[in-house]
Structure formats: C-alpha cells, structure tokens
Design a binder for this molecule. Structure first.
Ligand code: NAD
Length: 422
C-alpha cells in the first residue's frame, strides 16, 4: 500500500467540495442550493461487532453516506479497505450524485464502506461482518430508498449476503431490487461485471473521434487490474489498441510489444496478482502512470495523478475508471497540456448504468439478453459523453468542470421543482 501514501494526505471530500465550488461559480449557483449540495443529506456511522474465527470479537467501523436523492433513490457502492474514511465515503457519495445525473438515470448519490482489510479475513469472517453491516444500515437502505452495489474489494458474494440479510429482516421474501451487482443466479444482470470497463471503452472511442486518433494505433496503460481495470484493458484491446503497461497493488508490468490481456487475466485469477507474469519487465506504479502511451486508465484508488506527476503524463486521453484519481491542480496541468481527461463521473458511469438496468429487470422480474444490455449501455453513455463534451466546448472548461456543471444543473432543477419541505 506504500504507493497510496498520497491518498492519505489529500482529503477526497475537500477535493469534491473544491470541484463543486468551481462549478458553482461558473454557473452563479444560488448560495442556498450550493450549501444543500455541499452537505450529504445523511451520513451514518455504525460499529460492527464481529466474531472472528479464533472466537475473539473485533469491532469494525462502517459508514453509509447519502448525498442527494432529488432525482431518485440513493445509489452507490460499498467499499472494504483499511483506508476507508468518513470523508472518502462522503466524497464518493457526492460523485455518485453527479454520475447518475450525467448518465441521466433516475438515481441520487450514496456510498458505503467498512474500515477493514478483507485480504486478511476468512470467508466466514467476511460473511459475518457483511451481514452485521447490512443489519446495521437496514433501516436506511431499500429498493426505493437506497440501492447499494459493489466497490473496491466487494463483489457478487457480498451483495448476495446483503440481499439475503435484508430480505430476511424486511418481510422475509426475496428482494433482489435492493442491491445491484448480484450474481446471475439471484437476479444479477448479464453484462454487469464488464459494464464499467465497457462503458469506459465507449467513452474512449468517442474521445478518440474528437481528437481524430485511431484506436488501432493507440497504446494503453492501466493502473489497477481489478474489475474496472481488467475489462477496460480487455475491451480497449478488442477495439484494436495495444496495452503496454499494467499494475496492481503488488507492482507493475511494461511491454512495448503489448501485453496479452486475456492471458494476464487468467494469470491473475490463478496467482492473485499480475506480478511474475511471463511477458514484460517489472516497473513501479509511478512508472505505469508515466508510461509513454496514448490512453491512460487509472483504475485503482484516489489521488494518483497529482501536481507532482501530472507534467510527466504523456497520454492524449486519460480515462478515469477509478473514482477521484486526479487532484484539481493536476486537472489544470492536464488541461493546459491538451490531454483530454474523461472524468470518473462519465468514464466509469457504465457500472451504475447497468446497475440501473439490473434494478429495472428485478422490479419487472425480467431477464434481458447481454446484447440488449450492451446496446442500451452504448446508447446511454455515448449520449452522456456528447452532453459533457458539448458543455466543455460551450463553456470552454475542462471535461471535469463540464461534467460537474451539467450534473449540478440537472440536480438543481430537480431540487427546485420539488421544493423544500417542511
Ligand atoms: P477491485 O477491488 O476489483 O480492484 C482494485 C484494483 O486496484 C486491484 O487490482 C488492486 O490490486 C489494485 N490496486 C490496489 N492498490 C493499488 C496500487 N497501489 N497500485 C496499483 N493498483 C492497486 O476494484 P474495482 O471495482 O475495479 O474498483 C477500482 C476503482 O474503480 C475504484 O476507484 C472504484 O470506485 C472504481 N469503480 C469501480 C466500478 C465497478 O463497477 N467495479 C464502478 C465505478 C467505479
């Protein structure tokens, strides 16, 4: 985790507030509305006593932040990580509000997390902790109020435990519409696993058109080889790009001849890391970001591109699979250097868009085909890219400001129309 020292010194909620302030200034946002958006509506902290396998009890801390529900139920993932903080969860919930507004789906923004190191826990310990968390937040989540999903170090398994616990507690009938990112057997959607990477690959395709770049002669570097990073790499490779650098928490790989992503995914599945893969030379995480490439995909955690390394980034397109990987001062440097940044709220919006499709399928008790899901995702995210890109051109601001601006306008419209009560 030593590469994430930077993540400890920059407070993500301050970054989120700074982004909000800048966009608010640009559109002369009323101060009262600005204040509403600067404060999550509710932030719950819960203590989770869990019996460990050695019979000791450990108390974990969990959070659920509900930022804004003017446009629909709160929506957002649950993260398990030793460095989860309340401010990180608050920031992520605000970004979810923007993301859902940009994707133009009827959700607001929420996010949850537990401070824990899931890699050091057994499956039974994880299950007990997850069910305890579901129980502790069960009164504020629900199919029409707050619909969680996976995030860093959580996946289908945790979503299933949460759905099962909630269903047992609230009426004792199965309620798949409570949560998305579920395994297929209990109402997950085809295409959900790849959705974030797929959506990102569509936004890169659109960005490349704007810059008149040919994806087939482009090179790609990806930091983070988890759910988002793996599929982003694979789907960009499928569009014809060459992936020349990849990293995960244990280290990085670089090969100018291109890394075979299918083979690397199989290797990672077996070994739990990309380190030791037969192709490429090993490099550090910093070197992955600074690799000479056309497209850079940060797909790990926050604050990876900062004023310290932004000048060294050679990519023409930075597509943020991770949430909050670039600091505001680094945004300015990239903009000045004419790098087209596709901000997180747009680039990784495919995940929540297909989560929305999963929720609709669950409410209707339907199953859609994978091609139907992928086609709808393509249409939705292509339209979102075009909305953000035209705002960026119209206001002559970087893509992050453009997306925040667009999102704020949509959320503020909903707040104004609904009014304040009581
Ligand atoms: P994940 O747990 O599947 O993967 C995280 C990856 O990051 C792992 O490969 C891990 O090894 C790597 N990593 C951790 N520390 C690192 C380091 N120091 N250097 C390089 N890599 C490191 O998580 P994920 O779901 O892929 O999420 C990654 C990012 O994408 C997060 O910011 C998340 O919020 C965002 N995101 C994910 C989704 C989704 O659907 N999965 C949707 C939207 C946004």
């Amino acid at each position: 985790m030593s590469d994430f020292k930077g993540a400890l010194t920059i407070n993500p909620f301050e970054v989120a507030l700074e982004q909000l302030d800048e966009a608010a200034k640009l559109i002369n946002l009323d101060n009262g509305l600005h204040q509403i958006l600067a404060h999550p509506k509710r932030v719950l902290t819960v203590s989770l006593p869990v019996k460990l396998d050695n019979n000791e009890i450990r108390v974990f801390t969990g959070f659920r932040s509900q930022h804004n529900d003017a446009r629909g139920p709160y929506k957002g993932g649950i993260r398990y990580h030793p460095q989860v903080t309340i401010d990180e969860v608050k920031a992520l919930s605000m970004w979810m509000t923007w993301k859902c507004a940009i994707a133009d789906i009827p959700f607001g923004g929420g996010k949850g997390g537990i401070v824990c190191d899931p890699k050091q826990m057994s499956d039974l310990e994880l299950e007990r902790m997850t069910r305890r968390y579901a129980y502790a937040i069960s009164d504020i989540i629900g199919p029409y109020t707050d619909i969680p999903a996976p995030d860093v170090y959580t996946g289908g398994k945790e979503m299933a435990w949460i759905m099962d616990t909630y269903s047992a507690l609230k009426g004792n009938y199965v309620q798949p519409e409570l949560i998305t990112g579920k395994p297929l057997a209990i109402g997950g959607s085809l295409g959900r696993t790849e959705a974030t990477g797929r959506g990102l690959s569509f936004t890169v395709r659109e960005a490349a058109k704007m810059l008149k770049l040919d994806i087939r002669t482009s090179t790609v570097a990806v930091q983070g080889f988890g759910n988002a990073g793996q599929f982003a790499a694979q789907l960009l490779e499928e569009q014809g790009a060459k992936v020349v650098a990849v990293s995960d928490s244990k280290g990085g790989l670089q090969s100018r001849n291109g890394i075979d992503i299918g083979a690397l995914r199989k290797y990672k599945e077996k070994k739990g890391t990309i380190v030791g893969f037969s192709e490429g030379k090993s490099i550090s995480n910093e070197e992955v970001l600074e690799t000479d490439c056309t497209i850079l995909v940060p797909a790990a955690l926050e604050n990876q591109i900062t004023k310290k390394n932004a000048e060294k980034i050679s990519a023409k397109i930075v597509a943020e699979a991770a949430n909050g990987p670039t600091t505001p001062d680094a945004d300015e440097i990239l903009y000045k250097n004419k790098t087209l940044l596709i901000p997180d709220v747009l680039a990784n919006g495919g995940g929540v868009t297909v989560s929305y499709f999963e929720w609709l399928q669950n409410l209707r008790r339907e199953y859609w085909s994978e091609s139907q899901v992928n086609d709808m995702l393509d249409k939705n995210i292509t339209r979102a890219f075009s909305d953000v890109y035209s705002t960026h051109e119209k206001h002559q601001v970087n893509m992050r400001k453009a997306s925040t601006l667009l999102a704020i306008n949509r959320v503020v419209d909903a707040i104004k129309i609904r009014g304040l009560w009581p």
